[in-house]
Design a protein around this ligand. Structure first.
Ligand SMILES: NC(=O)c1ccc[n+]([C@@H]2O[C@H](COP(=O)([O-])OP(=O)(O)OC[C@H]3O[C@@H](n4cnc5c(N)ncnc54)[C@H](O)[C@@H]3O)[C@@H](O)[C@H]2O)c1
Length: 421
């Protein structure tokens, strides 16, 4: 009896031990599986982290590119006014990628008009108007005005023509074609679409004047066969064409006789005195003065001119109007002033006089004052020169070779195709 009882007890204990052992083994198994799982998970997590950071490395530059693209799509243009359909004009500017034309495009765009710039990029540059490219009110057309143009416009500012002596003497025949055939084409367009045309004429129509200051009723003193004749006579005949179209065809014309103008976006190889002196002074080169330097010039800042052009276009004045600054300085005074403003140690170097270089140039602007209420007074000379100096300093930094020294020799006449250096 006792022995049976002992056997039952022993088997019960071993069963309990077995159960216990089994329990422990199960726990150990679960723990190890759990441990493995945890391990695998952390390996997986580490791997995932590494993959994620690799993906991030590849994706981030792409994201940056997308951000740049988005920025370029939503590019911020200079603010433009809203004009109602009735007040908004479709305006063509020929030569609008040039110095004056691009500032005029800025003004007309900001005033809320639709502006089409036509240019063959002889001296103009896309960079001058690139801040408008893509704007719904703006269009840029690569076109030579010597070829006819068919577009619908309300006003035409006809500025297309090389303007500085080295540029217009480079290919005198092309200069003549631009000013004659080009002007005929634009007058033809004005007649066809009923647009008003403003011709950017020049003080050069007065030649080397015998009257001082020059008023609009002075007929001028131009050498018709000299090196500057392609430009001077080209502009004179362009004026004649305007009045022929006005009288014969009823085209509304405006003629601005523009005197020397300066400011940012003048071309580096413009060759005119202000840009030459600034570039020479900025690079520590001698400031080259042709002749004695006693010849006089009067300079207006470009935004003043642009205001005058817009006032003239929108006026009732169809006869020629001088737009210029009557404040006269000698070339030598300009050289000294620019040298001081730049803070340059450059010398002033005197070279032989250029042929047919006018000795005196000063506009009589009574007519503009009286009939347009216009005077070039918004930007005083020193302020304007400082703006131009700032521009040319930046341009020099922008140039790949970081140097542009205007050559101290008169403009050349080159045979062959027109190219600008
Ligand atoms: N800047 C001045 O001091 C001044 C003085 C008097 C008159 N102007 C007149 O003002 C106008 C603009 O002068 P700017 O100083 O801006 O000169 P600019 O050379 O900077 O501009 C002239 C523009 O006309 C373009 N052009 C030339 N020939 C062309 C053609 N056949 N077809 C299409 N485009 C052509 C050029 O590429 C350039 O963009 C010119 O008509 C010039 O005679 C200027």
């Amino acid at each position: 009896m006792l022995s049976q009882a002992l056997l039952r007890l022993a088997s019960a204990v071993s069963r309990r031990r077995m159960k216990l052992l089994l329990g422990v083994a199960l726990l150990a198994y679960v723990a190890s599986v759990w441990g493995n799982l945890v391990n695998m998970r952390s390996i997986q997590e580490n791997g995932e982290l590494r993959i994620e950071s690799k993906i991030e490395e590849i994706v981030e530059p792409l994201r940056e590119k997308i951000r740049d693209l988005e920025k370029s799509f939503t590019q911020k243009y200079p603010p433009v006014k809203f004009l109602s359909e009735k007040d908004r004009k479709r305006i063509l500017i020929t030569g609008g990628a040039g110095f004056v034309g691009s500032h005029l495009a800025d003004k007309l765009m900001m005033d809320g008009h639709e502006v089409t710039v036509v240019d063959n990029f002889f001296t103009g540059r896309k960079r001058n108007v690139e801040h408008w490219i893509g704007h719904e009110n703006f269009e840029l057309i690569n076109h030579d005005v010597v070829e006819p143009l068919y577009i619908e416009v309300d006003q035409i500012y006809h500025l297309a023509s090389p303007a500085s002596p080295p540029n217009y003497m480079y290919n005198p025949i092309k200069t003549l074609k631009t000013n004659t055939i080009g002007t005929l084409n634009m007058l033809g367009l004005a007649k066809r679409v009923g647009a008003r045309l403003l011709l950017a004429s020049t003080s050069e129509v007065y030649g080397d004047p015998e009257v001082h200051p020059q008023s609009e009723d002075y007929w001028g003193h131009v050498n018709p066969i000299g090196p500057r004749a392609c430009y001077d006579e080209g502009k004179r005949v362009a004026e004649t064409m305007c009045y022929a179209y006005m009288k014969q065809e009823g085209v509304e014309v405006r003629v601005a006789r523009i005197f020397n103008t300066f400011g940012p976006r003048m071309h580096m190889n413009d060759g005119r005195v202000v840009s030459n002196f600034i570039l020479q002074a900025l690079q520590g080169e001698p400031l080259t003065v042709y002749g004695s330097g006693s010849q006089t010039r009067a300079f207006q800042y470009v935004s003043d001119l642009v205001n005058g052009l817009v006032a003239l276009m929108n006026s009732n004045v169809s006869s020629p109007v001088n737009l210029g600054n009557p404040e006269e300085h000698t070339i030598l005074e300009f050289a000294q002033l620019i040298k001081n403003l730049v803070g340059s140690g450059s010398e002033i170097q005197f070279l032989s006089e250029a042929q047919d270089d006018p000795q005196k140039r000063k506009p009589d602007i009574k007519k503009a004052k009286l009939m347009l209420g216009w005077e070039p007074v918004q930007v005083p000379l020193e302020e304007g020169l400082n703006k131009a100096i700032h521009y040319f300093r930046k341009e020099l930094e922008y140039q790949a070779n970081n140097q542009y020294i205007p050559k101290p020799k008169p403009a050349r006449i080159k045979k062959g195709r027109m190219r600008h250096s």
